[in-house]
Design a protein around this ligand. Structure first.
Ligand code: GLP
Length: 261
């Protein structure tokens, strides 16, 4: 795991955008894994800027979203399919139909989840997965207790996650759905490169477990310790509980330029 502690969101956005930009330069038809939430916004903002000035193009790329609420109508502004369109997809030059999302409106949910796994496999797998992390250590919506070998499926949201996300539903906890579809932990682990962003003091405990804790279903993100290529982009507050923060800073400062991101 490469841990990069940066001064602010803008620096996180630039480095995350570098990872995506370098990939697209090597592989214009790359497959991206797209997370919603506030954490990746700085990366999406930077990529929108670079797309506008022509330094990056998504014209041949495609994407898969991580998760979706169950029970929201297709036109609900907080449906993750709409959120990712607003926050990122509509701001760059993806071809129409290039983005797929789990179909939480399907009558047969297990079949829709299996079809999503098949679609990711048919696209050749995810090259770069952008991730946030929940305060309880979830990635996607893989809540504590998730099987470390899980694939896309329906999950019940933890109360803490619903409380955290109530801000997107006018502060009304009852308006936050109780269920979701999410890529599983094994689905996420199959991505070739994972870029995880965490900022602010509220994420410090989850980041501590992610980087330095024991691998456990209680902190689902810890499965990433078994992934060969994870880049963790943090601000100082999110990194504040890392025992080896000094070492991570030193390592990044001494990183040879040829290694890139
Ligand atoms: C949400 C999403 C995750 C996201 C996480 C953190 O519930 N399902 O994909 O990474 O929680 O959200 P935020 O980045 O807004 O803190």
């Amino acid at each position: 795991m490469e841990i990069v502690i940066l001064p602010d969101n803008a620096a996180i956005g630039r480095l995350g955008a570098d990872a995506v930009g370098n990939l697209l330069q090597r592989k214009p038809a790359a497959v991206l894994g797209l997370a919603t939430g506030s954490s990746p916004l700085s990366i999406y903002d930077e990529l929108a800027t670079r797309s506008a000035d022509g330094s990056v193009s998504f014209a041949k790329a495609s994407g898969f979203t991580l998760d979706e609420y169950v029970g929201l109508p297709a036109d609900h502004p907080e449906s993750y399919r709409n959120v990712i369109d607003k926050d990122f997809v509509s701001r760059v030059d993806f071809a129409s139909g290039a983005i797929q999302a789990p179909n939480a409106l399907a009558e047969d949910i297990p079949a829709a989840c299996a079809a999503y796994e098949s679609a990711i496999a048919a696209a050749g797998g995810v090259d770069l997965q952008i991730l946030g992390i929940g305060t309880d250590g979830h990635i996607g919506f893989n809540e504590p207790g998730s099987s470390l070998a899980s694939r896309t499926r329906i999950k019940t949201l933890a109360r803490q996650t619903r409380i955290d996300n109530a801000r997107f539903f006018g502060g009304n906890l009852d308006a936050v759905p109780t269920h979701c579809l999410t890529q599983g932990l094994a689905t996420i682990m199959a991505a070739r490169h994972v870029v995880l962003v965490a900022t602010g003091p509220g994420k410090a405990e989850a980041v501590h477990h992610l980087v330095e804790g024991a691998v456990s279903a209680l902190w689902p993100a810890t499965i990433l310790q078994h992934h060969p290529h994870v880049t963790v982009l943090l601000d100082g507050a999110a990194a504040s509980r890392l025992q080896l923060a000094g070492y991570y800073r030193e390592t990044y400062r001494a990183k040879p330029a040829w290694q890139g991101i």
